[in-house]
Design a protein around this ligand. Structure first.
Ligand code: ADP
Length: 494
């Protein structure tokens, strides 16, 4: 069945829904016609033959009685019986043979076989007592064979041991052949009428199938047209084709997709304008610093050094923004190529904290690592290290003098969790939902002062999502912040 479906699917024309609807209507519409044709026409012939046979048999039985009455089997010159036989053969355009118990033909209404002996299986069977029978010959005649039975009674019956006491004795057989011509001609007439009706119904069916296959698919054509209009940029109106529930659903899905694309487009535009702005800010500072140096004739050496130090800092900042941007672009969930391997998470976190130790020391912040168990998980080491570094760096950056940062590693049978908590300035409640946005900073000037680009948490979140993990934050202003990261131990490829 599936091979058949596959083959049909490969033929281009059958992939058209219109053609399929057309064919289904044609086939379903033609089934009753075919059934009626075979059911009625074929049965008509059998029925007509059996009606004709019964009719003739009844007449033949009456004549068979007369044959006995007039002792015809011994003297075939009886005018009454001969007239009846002639009438019977005329009426049915047939021939009657009367055969005696010696299989001798004593009467032939055609008059050509009288006196001859007939040896035929059905006749012999009839003599043996199988009763009347009929069959159709090769040359389209119905042959009806009826026994001529003499009723015995009294002593004769007793001799035959009959249970009823009255038992027939077959003394001869009547073989009547009747022509089927009239049956065949009315069959042919019926067949020709049926043929005309069938042709007419196929034509009407063709029309209906054609009309329906065109009409039923109109809404789908409309929806394709509407989508093309949007695709070609002629309109960005929503699509509403409400003729069918299905077209409505397609329209809704398309509108939702368009909505999502619009959101993506808006966010891309916003991102590009943010990027331009962020990249221009250090450049503008450098320009101001350089211009003011150029505007002065004799620049004192200390001032010159001070300005150049500021310019170098701005260059570093520009560099950091570009590095973060590149990292972020690489971390887009779809395009990133992951280099996943089973890794010792304890070792990774220890190494990372060791690297960040000097920064923490400079900020006078204490770094604490607490590992509750040994954890091995399938991760991309470089990306994950970057994600955790961003969290710990933030915890150091947004901390207070003499504060602390604590990293806790734990795991269950499915996930490992890393909690990064600090005793820092905290995040205002209303800012929490924005902190993962690109370039978002709670306090722009403070963040800039301590070297933030607003991209760190966006990068971290992307890395975590790429590992099918989750990130949550709890924070209280003035008290501190805790980030909780949960990552599956086994990497789930998309
Ligand atoms: P940035 O480069 O400015 O640090 P991030 O994306 O890493 O950018 O963080 C976004 C903002 O979230 C920061 O500017 C800061 O205001 C806030 N933030 C992040 N981590 C912390 C933290 N541990 N404590 C307080 N504020 C934080």
């Amino acid at each position: 069945m599936s091979v058949f479906k596959e083959k049909i699917g490969k033929i281009k024309i059958f992939r058209s829904l219109k053609i399929r609807i057309f064919l289904i209507i044609m086939i379903v519409g033609m089934i009753p016609g075919i059934l009626i044709h075979f059911g009625i026409m074929e049965r008509y012939m059998d029925n007509a033959i059996s009606v004709r046979s019964n009719e003739v048999q009844t007449q033949v039985r009456i004549i068979a009685d007369h044959l006995l009455t007039y002792n015809y089997l011994h003297d075939s010159s009886n005018d009454v019986v001969n007239a009846e036989l002639a009438q019977l053969s005329n009426l049915y355009d047939g021939r009657v043979l009367i055969i005696d118990s010696n299989l001798k033909i004593i009467k032939d209404t055609y008059g050509i076989s009288e006196g001859k002996t007939i040896i035929s299986e059905p006749i012999i069977r009839c003599f043996k007592g199988t009763g009347a029978s009929n069959h159709v010959t090769e040359n389209s005649y119905i042959e009806i064979i009826v026994p001529i039975e003499e009723k015995l009674s009294g002593d004769a019956a007793k001799n035959t041991n009959s249970a009823s006491g009255v038992s027939p004795r077959i003394v001869g057989v009547m073989l009547t052949s009747v022509s089927m011509e009239s049956i065949i001609s009315s069959y042919e007439y019926l067949e020709s009428r049926a043929f005309i009706i069938e042709i007419l119904s196929v034509v009407i069916l063709f029309g209906i199938a054609y009309f329906l296959s065109q009409h039923l698919l109109k809404p789908f054509e409309k929806i394709t047209e509407a989508i093309n209009e949007v695709k070609n940029g002629f309109t960005d109106e929503e699509i509403h084709i409400t003729e069918y529930l299905e077209t409505e659903h397609i329209g809704d899905a398309f509108n939702q997709m368009m909505g999502r694309m619009k959101v993506l487009d808006d966010s891309r535009q916003e991102f590009v304008s943010n990027v331009s702005h962020e990249l221009k800010t250090p450049l503008a500072s450098m320009k101001v610093l350089a211009d003011s140096l150029l505007a002065q004739e004799e620049v004192p050496n200390e001032l010159y050094r001070e300005f150049m130090t500021d310019i170098a800092a701005e260059i570093d900042r520009e560099n950091k923004i570009i590095t973060d941007l590149l990292a972020l672009v690489k971390m887009t969930r779809t395009s990133a190529d992951m280099n996943v391997e089973p890794m010792d998470i304890n070792a990774i976190l220890e190494l990372m904290l060791k690297r960040l130790g000097p920064i923490a020391a400079r900020a006078n912040v204490k770094l604490v690592f607490e590992s509750r168990r040994k954890v091995s998980a399938e991760i991309d080491e470089v990306k994950m290290t970057l994600a955790f570094s961003n969290l710990v760096e933030n915890a150091i950056k947004y901390n207070v003098d003499g504060g602390w940062v604590k990293v806790v590693l734990d795991a269950d049978h499915q996930y490992f969790t890393v909690e990064v908590s600090d005793s820092g300035i905290g995040i205002p409640q209303e800012a929490i939902e924005h902190i993962y946005e690109r370039f978002y900073r709670v306090d722009k000037s403070h963040s800039r002062e301590i070297g933030g680009t607003g991209l760190g948490l966006a990068i971290t979140r992307n890395v975590i999502l790429m590992h099918r993990g989750s990130i949550n934050v709890k924070s209280e202003e003035g008290k501190g912040t805790t980030f909780i990261v949960k990552i599956p131990l086994s990497y789930i490829a998309s």
